[in-house]
Design a protein around this ligand. Structure first.
Ligand code: PEP
Length: 252
């Protein structure tokens, strides 16, 4: 059996409410028969409830871009996994490069959030990826391996089955400098080997690994033709229905 194929759109901190609703409607109405491909959108959390309602009875799933790891309490400005679950979102991005590099999230924070997501039956998309300076020093494998190992400390085999990983080299995010299909493929292969060492071959083969970083309708074909690339996490190009739909409808 092949792995799940996932096309995810991270809207980051963009769109007014009405624009977000229109984008959701346009994505839903523009989807052709996409077979077993899965579509997940990550709007700003403040819109999530309404967008989940719009997506009911469609194939589009909805997630949030971040959670805190506590259930509730005096944590001004944060949202908890319990709240996310309660409004019906199913997915959560964890460890996105902007969380790590703009907001200073550490591998420890990421580990706590992954654990919290599983505790509330949310499906995490764990984002990992090296900085340009790591790549230039030949440290990409070490950095990514550490991110994966630390995030998954104490995560059981049962939970891991609901994990998705996104390999997003930081130098490719929002820069227009997409990784070549060969670089992405070899990093995905390396991540899968890391999962194999942490768990076992069967589980490692089942976990979808998405590529993210300047994906567009112009470069999706090459990326998606690679065996180890099970879909994409799209930022900028997911903000317009046409480009997101063109990406989702790519031939393989
Ligand atoms: C992202 O936000 O996860 C991302 C990959 O952004 P972009 O596609 O704009 O590089």
């Amino acid at each position: 059996m092949g792995r799940r194929m996932i096309f995810a759109g991270n809207w980051k901190m963009n769109k007014c409410f009405q624009e977000a609703i229109e984008l959701t409607n346009d994505i839903i109405s523009g989807l052709d028969d996409i077979g077993e491909r899965e579509v997940i959108i990550f709007p700003p959390s403040i819109y999530v409830k309404e967008i989940i309602d719009k997506c009911k009875n469609t194939i589009v799933e909805v997630g949030v871009q971040n959670i805190y790891y506590k259930k509730e309490g005096a944590f001004t400005g944060e949202i908890s996994p319990m709240m996310v679950k309660d409004v019906g979102a199913k997915y959560v991005l964890i460890g996105h490069s902007e969380r790590r590099h703009v907001f200073g999230e550490t591998n420890d924070d990421v580990e706590r959030k992954v654990k919290a997501a599983f505790e509330y039956n949310l499906n995490p998309i764990l984002c990992v990826g090296e900085l340009l300076e790591d790549r230039e020093k030949g440290l990409s494998d070490d950095v990514v391996k550490k991110q994966v190992q630390e995030a998954l400390k104490d995560i059981s085999e049962e939970n891991i089955q609901n994990l998705i990983i996104a390999y997003e080299p930081v130098w490719a995010i929002g820069t227009g400098k997409v990784a070549t299909p060969e670089i992405a493929e070899s990093m995905h292969h390396f991540i899968r080997k890391t999962l194999m060492n942490l768990y076992n071959d069967k589980l490692a083969q089942e976990i979808p690994i998405l590529y993210g970083g300047s994906v567009s309708p112009d470069n999706i074909k090459g990326l998606y033709s690679m065996n180890e690339i099970d879909g994409v996490l799209v930022g900028g190009a997911s903000l317009k229905s046409k480009s997101f739909l063109d990406i989702i409808h790519v031939d393989r």
